[in-house]
Write a protein that binds this ligand. Structure first.
Ligand code: HEM
Length: 533
């Protein structure tokens, strides 16, 4: 990657609230904007190179395009359709840039959307704190920053991000988590939690006197995920009732509020500044207070060095950790619930795959790293889940300098400074060109774990052909190993205890901070013989 220059040091947004901080952090000098204006008015592309993107119009009446190519109060709840609108009519295009599109509205910074895996990889790999590297774009996460505080690993860029990243490395790293003693402690408590919670479902089924019961699995998964994170990982002592009835519903509402707040709160006012005029505002404030209370509870075991806190080497005061803890709690709950819900939703529509997973896990009682590694088909189910239905459906980036990016196969694109970039993982992962029958042996739009066997036989593993389910490059998910462990245990345990069938055959997505099955993973649940070990 070559860069022309790095912008003058912009103030970090940590100290300032809301919109002002964002405007300053995203500052591109006025002269720069004015210079670009004539080109924008005459629709001259600011991009260059053989992979340069083609232009998307702001309005395209009569085209049948699903929605406008930017979020507004009437379409923000359909973010996947907004991304789709960038590729409306793009199938007829040819050439190396056919999966790249841009929008350039006069007076605003350009927006680049790419569903080209090689370009996604190149941009993700060049994201970081070095001069001229891409930043994570803070624009789509302003609501998250208002809910958690902006000084977090997720929201920060530059040196502040780098410092936080180093601190997170030890407690979340694979070597820590998979160190036998630590692994056993977590795996045993995680599994204990799962078995207890699934036991409740099992009793519900038995007491109903019926052979099967219809339930949405998502609320159960959410409660298990929060319990594992808060109690088993952070060593808090929350009761199941507190988790299920108090913290999960409050966090769900906080996450919904984050999504609408990002689009509709143009002034960037924190919720605490608003008077409780309506019942909705009062409820939202109560939910934020509840989120604060949960954060206090997971911080409490730090002084005794319990659980994860044993690995956390920092003398930062508790108050300095609160924002990041909130990101971990809300982000991890959202992402692990999404991942596990999708995996179960796919298995509920694919009985043969469910049976294959069952054969693999039915005799596994000791969840050590070797046994988990040996569950190869379950691993393929999880990879295929993140490919077809990634939890985080796009990765936001921002060009901090005029930049040339080059893909591994030698294609190049010039991206002007200030460009908002959406790495559209959702559409990249389901495009026939990248994941279709010619490449993997099966249509890209179908859930087929066996495609990973085909790829492995071609010598192309998940390291070469990327689904970006945990991101890629320096900002790859630090919770990846923890998340994989939690989701693998939950999915394995559900399959081991129950046989389940989707109520609806279609499997559409709803999307907010993450994606999830629209029907809440509604299934007919049947108890397996010999379950609950
Ligand atoms: C298992 C489900 C999970 C999935 C699918 C997932 C996915 C992702 C993805 C795709 C990114 C990259 C975002 C980007 O490049 O812009 C990311 C980043 C991140 N994830 Fe996860 N994640 C999961 C679990 C977790 C857990 C369990 C935690 C923490 C306890 C966590 C904390 C984070 C943080 C803090 C970042 C930002 C890292 C940075 O910017 O340096 N995630 N996650």
């Amino acid at each position: 990657m070559e860069t022309d220059h790095r912008p003058t040091d912009s103030p970090t947004p940590d100290a300032m609230p809301g919109r002002l901080a964002r405007l300053l952090a995203d500052y591109v000098p006025l002269w720069h904007r004015l210079m670009r204006l004539p080109g924008q008015l005459f629709a001259i592309s600011p991009f260059d190179g053989d992979s340069r993107p083609s232009r998307v119009r702001l309005f395209q009446p009569g085209s049948g395009r699903p929605t406008l190519p930017f979020p507004h109060p009437w379409n923000y709840d359909q973010p996947i359709r907004i991304l789709e609108s960038y590729f409306w009519g793009a199938e007829s295009e040819t050439g190396p840039g056919r999966h790249n599109r841009y929008l350039d509205v006069p007076g605003c910074a350009p927006i680049l959307v790419t569903r080209d895996p090689a370009m996604i990889r190149a941009i993700a790999a060049e994201t970081g704190d070095r001069d001229g590297q891409f930043d994570r774009d803070t624009l789509p996460s302003t609501g998250i920053a208002r809910a958690t505080g902006p000084d977090t690993l997720l929201f920060a860029n530059g040196p502040l991000w780098r410092r936080q990243r180093k601190l997170a490395a030890s407690p979340f790293g694979k070597t820590t988590l998979f160190q036998p003693e630590m692994f056993h402690e977590f795996a045993a408590t995680f599994r204990g939690t799962i078995v207890r919670r699934l036991g409740v479902l099992r009793e519900h089924l038995q007491s109903s006197g019926k052979s099967s019961v219809r339930v949405p699995l998502e609320p159960e998964i959410k409660a298990v995920m929060l319990e594992m994170l808060a109690n088993n990982f952070f060593s808090a002592e929350l009761s199941y009732e507190q988790v299920r009835n108090r913290y999960v519903p409050a966090l769900e509402r906080v996450i919904d509020h984050i999504v609408s707040d990002t689009v509709t709160n143009k002034l960037g006012l924190p919720i605490s500044w608003l008077p409780s005029f309506t019942r909705r505002i009062a409820q939202t404030k109560a939910d934020y207070a509840c989120f604060d209370e949960l954060t206090t509870l997971v911080l409490a075991p730090r002084k005794e060095g319990k659980g994860l806190w044993r690995q956390f080497k920092s003398d930062a005061p508790d108050a300095a950790l609160r924002s990041n803890l909130k990101v971990f709690l809300a982000g991890a709950l959202e992402a692990t619930t999404s991942f596990a819900s999708w995996a179960l939703a796919h298995l509920a529509r694919n009985q043969a795959a469910q049976e294959k997973v069952y054969q693999e896990v039915k005799d596994v009682d000791d969840y050590n790293p070797d046994n988990l590694d040996a569950a190869r088909y379950l691993g393929q189910v999880l990879d295929e889940t993140l490919r077809l239905t990634p939890s985080l459906y796009f990765l936001p980036r921002r060009a901090t300098a005029d930049t040339w990016v080059e893909t591994a196969d030698g294609r190049k694109m010039f991206i002007p400074r200030g460009t908002h970039i959406l790495l559209d993982v959702w559409h990249a992962n389901r495009h026939e060109d990248h994941w279709g029958a010619a490449v993997t042996g099966y249509p890209a739009s179908e859930f087929v774990p066996e495609r990973w066997t085909n790829l492995a036989e071609q010598g192309r593993g998940s390291k070469e052909i990327l689904h970006f389910g945990f991101g890629h490059g320096p900002r790859v998910c630090p919770g990846k190993h923890l998340g994989q462990l939690e989701v693998g245990l939950v999915v394995g345990a559900v399959v081991k205890m129950f046989r389940f069938q989707a109520v609806h055959q279609g499997n559409p997505a709803k999307a907010g901070v993450s994606t999830k099955p629209q029907d809440g993973t509604l299934v007919e649940l049947q108890l397996r013989q010999n379950s609950l070990r």
